[in-house]
Design a binder for this molecule. Structure first.
Ligand code: SF4
Length: 385
């Protein structure tokens, strides 16, 4: 308990950092996607060079820190030749203390995982691969405009495992109209059979300016109702828990020892530097982000930012903590934000505790994993306004 408190205190004030590279290119745009990305691959080489330049210029944003994790996200980082990852890693090693880096992740599309790609990847320091599988049902993959088949996804996992990659995570999406829990059950079964170390399972949200949103407004699809959402959520939860995965964050499940270290850092207030168009950075006091225009990015970077107030820090802590199984450490709240705020938080939580949506136990306030689906509503009510 004391160890966890001290660990959390250290991480919240920040004594280690993460480095994130955003590769904003995709060969094809998925029907649900509202991330910052472009299907115009012509600017990719210039963008990569601009990212090296940005790393050289921006490292001081978190410069006196040890790196613990490096993450290549997107977009589709697997569009790069693996040697490009190592070029970034080597550059980072010249700018930061990388002696404690434990996890280097790349996001990949299953159809990019060819034998050649894997052989080249094994020559780099990348030790974790996050595969955007989303479903093991070909019809559903087609509906989502994914560019791979279920078979290709299975082959990609096997290929990585056979080459010795021992830390693989896959993404799944549930809550898709027209694909009921039987389709979902087979996808989750397939994921479990593959024996990957980590699974992220996201409920579909239909965001404006996506193909799904256009279909929704034309009446060609609908959002599933709350009852169905809960059914599917609980199905995923039960299957993964019974298969030995720990449900440690709203959308994340891991085998023991395989929680995502990089994403856990975000949830624990660790400082991070984001490189690439649209990437965000945080140094404990300030959050800043680079403009979401590839042309602007190549021409010279422009940043926007905000300084976090005490209220922002408090709300951020409440949000990130309640999304995790451990929940809020009330001793930490009292020491970091004051006894008054701690007492107020406990009082605000009362209504949810009475309903069984929040639990107070051993100076920890947490949402039971079976109620994670409504975490956003609970968190919002506990914010300081
Ligand atoms: S591959 Fe990922 S980033 Fe690219 S369009 Fe699909 S979901 Fe979006």
């Amino acid at each position: 308990m004391l160890f966890f408190f001290l660990f959390f205190l250290c991480t919240f004030v920040g004594d280690m950092a993460g480095l994130y590279f955003h590769i904003p290119f995709c060969k094809r745009i998925c029907a649900y996607c509202d991330f910052f990305r472009s299907a115009d691959l012509r600017c990719m080489p210039q963008t990569i060079e601009a990212m090296h330049q940005e790393l050289g210029e921006s490292h001081r944003f978190i410069s006196d820190r040890k790196l613990h994790t490096i993450y290549f996200g997107g977009g589709t980082p697997s569009l790069l030749h693996p040697s490009e990852f190592q070029r970034f890693i080597d550059q980072a090693a010249g700018l930061f203390d990388c002696s404690s880096v434990e996890e280097i992740t790349i996001e990949a599309n299953p159809d990019d995982i060819t034998s050649e790609f894997v052989s080249e990847l094994r020559l780099t320091s990348v030790n974790r691969v996050s595969l955007g599988v989303q479903s093991f049902d070909d019809e559903e993959l087609k509906f989502m405009n994914r560019r791979h088949s279920a078979e290709e996804a299975v082959r990609a996992v096997r290929r990585l495992q056979d080459s010795g990659v021992e830390n693989i995570t896959i993404d799944l999406i549930f809550g898709v109209d027209g694909f009921d829990e039987n389709v979902l059950r087979s996808s989750v079964e397939r994921a479990i059979e593959l024996d990957v170390q980590h699974i992220s399972a996201y409920h579909l949200t239909i965001e404006p300016s996506t193909t799904f949103h256009r279909r929704l407004t034309r009446g060609q699809m609908r959002e599933i109702d709350e009852r169905q959402s809960e059914k599917e959520y609980l199905l995923v939860e039960k299957m993964l828990r019974e298969a030995g995965y720990e449900h440690y964050e709203v959308s994340n499940y891991a085998r023991s020892g395989f929680r995502s270290k990089h994403n856990s850092s975000y949830w624990q207030g660790v400082h991070y530097l984001g490189i690439g168009p649209g990437a965000h950075s945080f140094n404990g006091e300030e959050r800043r982000w680079c403009s979401q225009s590839i042309a602007d990015y190549i021409a010279g970077r422009r940043y926007e930012g905000e300084r976090l107030s005490e209220q922002d820090h408090f709300n951020e802590y409440v949000m990130t903590s309640l999304r995790r199984a451990e929940g809020i450490d009330l001793d930490f709240v009292a020491s970091r934000f004051g006894d008054g705020k701690c007492a107020k938080l406990i009082a605000h939580a009362e209504r949810w505790r009475e309903q069984g949506d929040l639990v107070l136990n051993d100076r920890r306030l947490y949402i039971p994993t079976s109620k994670f689906l409504i975490s956003d509503s609970i968190i919002e009510c506990l914010f300081e306004v």
